[in-house]
Design a protein. Structure first.
Length: 245
């Protein structure tokens, strides 16, 4: 099962928000990342294996460019390896590049999708969200247990389980109306999801995403501290950000 597709202005809205989400994140080193709470990590960008923030920033710029210009993962790998070679670093292998590219692009897409689904009129018409996996043999067991389950859009479960929920996670969320939920015979859950022991069938502890993904990045967009910045410059920044929305 593939992710939903969109056409026209709705697709443009999601794309614009996805690009905006990527560009707002702040490049940080691994040491800075490790010292952060999950909410702060959601606003930041880090690539393991590189200590200089200038190198990490180049990764971020190339990802921003790839999403905005529709470049492929192969093009991202080629361009980053060109930079790394010139800077004296070992080249990335395709697997590492794919993890970086897919995870960040999927995070940006889902952030744009989240902002589209949380528009007041959309929430009024489509107040229920359904979790969807790619529904194939590559889906992680814990993610598979979430497939097709439904909660209200404002349920706290989405603060933890809004995708992506792991590296290279392909899960997404689909908004549903009350009529759709009733017609499809879906059950709207009100409690946090729990795991199941596949050998005994017994209900286990709370079901959680992969380590490091128990937050919703779309809810924690990076906002710079303008308190110590010249008032005129701060106002210019705020006007520009308002115009981008």
């Amino acid at each position: 099962m593939s992710a939903p597709t969109y056409e026209g202005s709705f697709a443009g809205f999601i794309f614009k928000r996805a690009v905006d989400f990527l560009k707002r994140r702040r490049s940080v080193t691994k040491d800075e990342w490790m010292a952060m709470a999950d909410e702060e990590r959601a606003k930041s960008f880090m690539v393991s294996g590189y200590e200089k923030v200038q190198v990490i920033q180049r990764f971020k710029e190339k990802l921003d460019e790839a999403v905005e210009q529709g470049k492929t993962g192969a093009q991202f790998l080629e361009e980053m390896n060109g930079f790394l070679a010139d800077a004296g670093y070992e080249l990335m292998n395709p697997w590492k590049s794919d993890v970086i590219f897919r995870t960040n692009v999927q995070t940006a897409y889902n952030a744009g999708h989240y902002q589209s689904m949380t528009q007041p009129e959309t929430l009024r018409l489509l107040p229920y969200w359904q979790y969807k996996t790619a529904y194939d043999d590559k889906v992680r067991p814990d993610h598979a247990l979430m497939h097709n389950r439904v909660w209200r859009a404002d349920d706290p479960v989405w603060d933890i389980w809004y995708p992506p929920n792991g590296f290279r996670c392909r899960c997404t969320v689909v908004a549903k109306s009350r009529a759709q939920v009733e017609r499809e015979g879906l059950v709207v859950e009100t409690r946090p999801p729990r795991g199941v022991d596949i050998t005994t069938g017994e209900i286990g502890g709370l079901l959680k995403p992969d380590k490091g993904f128990s937050t919703n990045p779309a809810k924690h967009v990076y906002k710079p501290d303008l308190s110590n910045i010249d008032r005129t410059l701060a106002q210019i920044y705020q006007r520009r950000m308002k115009a981008r929305r």
